[in-house]
Write a protein that binds this ligand. Sequence first.
Ligand SMILES: Cc1cc2nc3c(=O)[nH]c(=O)nc-3n(C[C@H](O)[C@H](O)[C@H](O)COP(=O)(O)O)c2cc1C
Length: 368
Amino acid sequence: MAQFPQLFSPGRLGRIPLSNRCLVSSLTRASATESGLVTEQMKQYYLEFAAGGWGGVLSEAIYIDEKYSQGYSFQPGLANVSQTEHWAGLVEAMHAAGAKFIAQLFHGGAVNQGNFWVSGSIAPSAIVPKGVQISRYRGNNGPFQMPQEISRDEIFEVIESYVKAAQNAKAAGFDGVELHGANGYLPDQFLTSYTNQRTDEFGGSLKNRLRFHILILETLRKALPDFTIGVRISQTKVNDLEYQWPGGDEDAKVIFPTLEKAGADYIHVAAHLGVTPVFGTDRSLSGLAKRYTSLPVIANGKLHEPALAEQAIAIGEGDFCSIGKGALADPDWPNKVRSGQSTRSFVPDMISPYATLDNYYDWRSQHS
Ligand SMILES: Cc1cc2nc3c(=O)[nH]c(=O)nc-3n(C[C@H](O)[C@H](O)[C@H](O)COP(=O)(O)O)c2cc1C
């Protein structure tokens, strides 16, 4: 502990007190039942993080309605009573093991390659997403389908679904929710200039492209005044690793304070390299979120080297570090780092050919 005083100091995300600054980043595993129910295998998987000494665990992306929100086959949902009850069993076990657990609320929009409930997809504009379906998440490597442009009425229906899903998350016992506003999914499709060609108040200027995030956060905040509500945001996407906010630092100066004003309790930045400066500034994207707001910020992106994570917090790139692949590789990462042991490194075979739990446990049984 003396070696990493920042990483292992207590902190707070909204109303959630955390014993340290190490968080499991959201990891889609496409391993629920076909109708989006949590399984016993998922429970065992999450409980490994609960035993690993993490300050908090962010759930995989969970879809919010029985309509277009599901993006991946075998993704879990928080859209109905049965899904909520299944999560409740898992959340209770996580709490019994001393973990804090936040639900990530997801709408895939145009990035939809597997949906149990409906066919077709919706998006800010009728534009086929870049790239191909992601085979790791059970996609078929072919192009995404052409989405339908979402109507104004449907936008407000989707916002209501976020609220219902957040209420379900609360009923299931989660400590908070995180709006997945990043990585190329529906909210990010509004924010991104090339996937949003709308001419109404949801398209055009940065303020308009950010309106969907804002309305969701404001509506969630109003419906759940005492619940912790975070937001995840990024430049890059699952299907585009190059995109940058067109206004650079000027966009960051607008985006982060606007999310704060809309009621977010924390900002979680998704990035590939969490401590690389952006836009010619001296700060990473998470560092800019800290610079332009007074909210707690979670830095992310290749921070599994403890010294790097420690430094990220020390120099103000974030207040917390979320770790994805490093957590998947070694659920015991914080316990080991704290006691000076080496951690198991990530290898792509852990999520290849599929990011599923079956694939993962097969890999582990062959490499134990
Ligand atoms: C298998 C896998 C699944 C992921 N699923 C999600 C997800 O459900 N939600 C999300 O916001 N990010 C997801 N991500 C991104 C991670 O949360 C994280 O931002 C990314 O892996 C970079 O952090 P790292 O370098 O520590 O892995 C996923 C990444 C991987 C490798």
